[in-house]
Design a binder for this molecule. Structure first.
Ligand code: URA
Length: 205
């Protein structure tokens, strides 16, 4: 498993906006979208392309077209990354994975999974908070059961425990993250983290 941590000043800037407890939902959503552009660019660095012949206004030349991409947003927080993915990859097909965590044990409880056709696609799993790794490992497992062979996870913040979990359960998938934080609280929140991503995106705190 390859873990890539973004090293870009603008990614650091937007992550700081997300971490700041004073950031209100509208600004939070904008910062999540802007940070996600960097996650997508990094995640698609090795995206297969097809060579095509096109004509510029001057002459014939060789161009490249992206192969198929599927994004699976893990509800709710993954929705905060979806706009940037659709903006950069307009031909993306989108699936949704509904998982709730048991607040006492952090075990994932599935309530919904609806992927598009995953065969031959590069599959991007959008799960901003990689805490214990339970939800992400579950979502990747479901994607693989549905035919995904090339899976890349887009995360905003990860805890070392979540990274270890993914390394054990899915050593074949890559993870792109803006930061790996110190640890988890006793309620399984990432520290220093940014709080509950879903609540902060949608103003439900
Ligand atoms: N989910 C969140 O939204 N935040 C965390 O810190 C951990 C899981």
């Amino acid at each position: 498993m390859q873990l890539t941590t973004l090293d870009h000043p603008l990614a650091k800037h937007y992550l700081t906006v997300l971490r700041d407890q004073k950031t209100e939902p509208e600004e939070f959503r904008n910062a999540a979208r802007r940070l996600c552009y960097s996650l997508v660019m990094e995640a698609t660095r090795d995206l297969p392309t097809e060579e095509v012949t096109i004509k510029t206004p001057l002459e014939e030349t060789t161009g490249y077209r992206s192969s198929s991409v599927v994004a699976i947003a893990v509800l709710r927080a993954g929705l905060g990354l979806l706009d940037a993915v659709i903006d950069l990859i307009p031909h993306v097909k989108v699936g949704f994975a509904g998982v709730q965590r048991n607040e006492d044990t952090a075990e994932p409880i599935e309530y919904y999974f609806k992927p598009p056709d995953l065969a031959e696609a590069t599959v991007l799993i959008l799960e901003p908070m990689l805490a214990t790794g339970g939800s992400l490992a579950w979502a990747v497992g479901k994607a693989k059961e549905s035919g995904a062979t090339r899976v890349i996870c887009l995360c905003v913040v990860a805890a070392p425990a979540g990274v270890d979990h993914m390394r054990r359960e899915h050593p074949d998938v890559d993870i792109i993250v803006a930061a790996v934080d110190r640890d988890l609280s006793d309620r399984f929140y990432i520290q220093p983290g940014l709080g509950d991503m879903g609540d902060r995106l949608f103003g439900t705190t």
